[in-house]
Write a new protein. Sequence first.
Length: 107
Amino acid sequence: MLKKLYVSSKLGRILATSLGTSYFVLAGLKSDLLRLRNPLASYRSYRTKRGMSIWFDWIDWFGGYPFEVASPSNIVDFFVERGFVLTSLRTVGSSLGTNQFVFRRDQ
């Protein structure tokens, strides 16, 4: 089942972005301090790893454009029905992140 996720009001986007960024800043700070790392280092190197600033990434994640969420099985079923074969799958489980799929089209 696909769920459409989107914050339609400006106030809602501000609230979602504020809460989301606060969570990630505090979680990153805690992790860095426990590992005795410079908390600012990961923010400075973020752009080179992801290709965009962390601020605009957070805007996209928390208050940006509409997007849909689907389970890995929904994605696989969709492509298999259209003649593709799954060759590789890497999921993030219940954590935050992006699942990765590689399909090959059967000729």
